[in-house]
Design a protein around this ligand. Structure first.
Ligand SMILES: N[C@@H](CCC(=O)N[C@@H](CS)C(=O)NCC(=O)O)C(=O)O
Length: 215
């Protein structure tokens, strides 16, 4: 197994957590330096035409792409521990929470969007940060409303770690990167703090990866 990765990538963080939870260790980690634009180089474009990480190669065949698809693939090929509940309604809730992060919020703050705002619309850094903080807060507000309900337990869905928690952890790391105050989202913050104490999450954290700054 080999993974295309960069320390700061929140989507790759999600896949790293899943790999750790499943006890899987890729033989090779290939850095795609997003700060140098390596995701747009021909070599990586051939791996993932969307020019985004993560991508995961498992055995023969083309690379898998999109963090949620990769995580569900890992869950199907390595079912223990399961990352989705068994009941259809629970699965839908967990996938819904995950998608608020991975589909509604995160895509709005990735480098290609920030760079487009900068070069096409001439937004300065303060305006771009405001943009990112706005979309972070929108997702946090929605997540907090869901997490205030009775289906929430120690984690997003009961007391077992699921795909939703993997995504919540990436939202929490992103909030720190963009200086978004999460204190007014108490359920979100409580779960993020619990997850941070789990080894599979802690080891996968962006700031623990090679090349990351000290803080
Ligand atoms: N929806 C994709 C998002 C992938 C994505 O946008 N990854 C970011 C890093 S977290 C990236 O590679 N961005 C490159 C760019 O925006 O140019 C997923 O969940 O895998």
């Amino acid at each position: 197994m080999k993974i295309f990765s960069f320390w700061r990538s929140l989507a790759t963080y999600r896949v790293r957590i899943a790999l750790n939870l499943k006890g899987l260790v890729p033989e090779e980690i290939i850095e795609v330096n997003l700060m140098k634009g390596q995701q747009r180089q021909a070599e990586f474009r051939a791996v993932n035409p969307m020019m985004a990480i993560p991508a995961l190669v498992d055995g023969d065949g083309p690379a898998l792409f999109e963090s949620l698809a990769i995580i569900e693939y890992l869950d199907e090929t390595h079912p223990n521990p399961p990352l989705l509940p068994r009941d259809p309604r629970g699965r839908a809730r967990v996938r819904g929470l995950a998608q608020i992060v991975a589909c509604d919020s995160h895509p709005l703050i990735v480098p290609r969007v920030r760079e487009y705002l900068e070069h096409e619309f001439k937004l300065d850094e303060a305006a771009r940060t405001k943009w990112c903080q706005h979309w972070h807060t929108a997702a946090l507000t929605a997540l907090e409303a869901h997490l205030a309900g009775p289906a929430t337990g120690r984690y997003c869905h009961g007391d077992t770690v699921t795909l939703a928690d993997i995504c919540l952890a990436s939202q929490a790391a992103g909030a720190k990167f963009f200086n978004v105050d999460t204190a007014r989202f108490p359920n979100f913050s409580r779960i993020a703090n619990s997850l941070a104490t789990i080894d599979a999450f802690a080891r996968a954290h962006p700031l623990k990866q090679p090349g990351a700054p000290a803080a």
